[in-house]
Design a protein around this ligand. Structure first.
Ligand code: 1GP
Length: 250
């Protein structure tokens, strides 16, 4: 079964899926094994690897270590650039930053990446990446040089998401940005989910299991957390997120 098809089963079985983002610049390679054990025990559905910047020079080794320690959890690349591609992962979110109007992030980087992907043969999952305004400027916003969709304009988000559907994307990723001051508003998620058929990934600035649950109830098929897991020493936090996300009430 393709990774994409197995991901689609998760919302059907559990209500929604929990993805954890790990940034190679933030998690030391020596801590990967321990982290992946915790992720498996907590019920994390997939790990994403990526970042807006890649300062660490050990990307290939990092992905390899995550895969070796994955315990069956799918390892998905979430590349911030062409330098974040590896054959060691299970699949790659082939992103296009459709909220922007900047050709490099809409199609330029994808053209550079395509021959590499063809050569290594990794599965791609075409993902319409939409930055949503979230307060202070985020790394994704700054590094891409694009203007995010205003957070109080769900109609603009819906129009982008519909365009993504008609263009044939497989996922929509509503992104507030890593470490965002405010996460994607539930009203905006609701508006997109009730109009568009594609599965929604929602991430950025989600710091509590209760907030994660609200995103699911609004229509998210998958919720992503990164920063809170990196920064918190709270025991069992991964499990609390997983339980909140897997228990959709509606
Ligand atoms: C970023 O959506 C992810 O791409 C996760 O964001 O680090 O704020 O959890 P956080």
């Amino acid at each position: 079964m393709q990774v994409f098809d197995s991901l689609l089963q998760i919302p059907k079985e559990k209500g929604a899926g929990y993805f954890v983002l790990i940034d190679p610049d933030k998690l030391p390679v020596t801590k990967i094994s321990d982290f992946m054990l915790k992720a498996r025990d907590a019920g994390v559905d997939a790990v994403l690897i990526g970042g807006s910047l890649l300062i660490s020079g050990e990307f290939e080794d990092f992905v390899n270590q995550v895969k070796i320690n994955s315990n069956g959890i799918p390892v998905l690349l979430f590349p911030g650039g062409v330098n974040q591609i590896s054959a060691k992962a299970d699949a790659l979110l082939f992103l296009s930053l459709i909220s922007g109007r900047e050709a490099q992030h809409l199609i330029g980087s994808q053209v550079l990446a395509a021959p590499i992907i063809h050569r290594i043969g990794i599965e791609t999952i075409s993902t319409a990446y939409m930055l949503i305004e979230s307060g202070r400027p985020t790394s994704a916003q700054y590094m891409s040089g694009t203007t995010p969709i205003p957070r109080n304009k769900p109609d603009i988000a819906v129009a982008h998401a519909l365009a993504a559907q008609y263009l044939g994307f497989k996922f929509i990723y509503l992104e507030a940005g890593s470490g965002a001051e405010n996460s994607v508003p539930v009203e905006l998620i609701q508006a997109v989910s009730k109009t568009v058929d594609l599965p929604l990934i929602v991430g950025g600035g989600i710091v509590s299991p209760e907030t994660a649950r609200k995103k699911v109830d609004a229509g998210a098929s998958f919720v992503v957390t990164g920063t809170i897991i990196e920064n918190s020493s709270e025991d069992g936090l991964l499990k609390k997120f997983a339980e909140a996300i897997h228990s959709r009430s509606n």
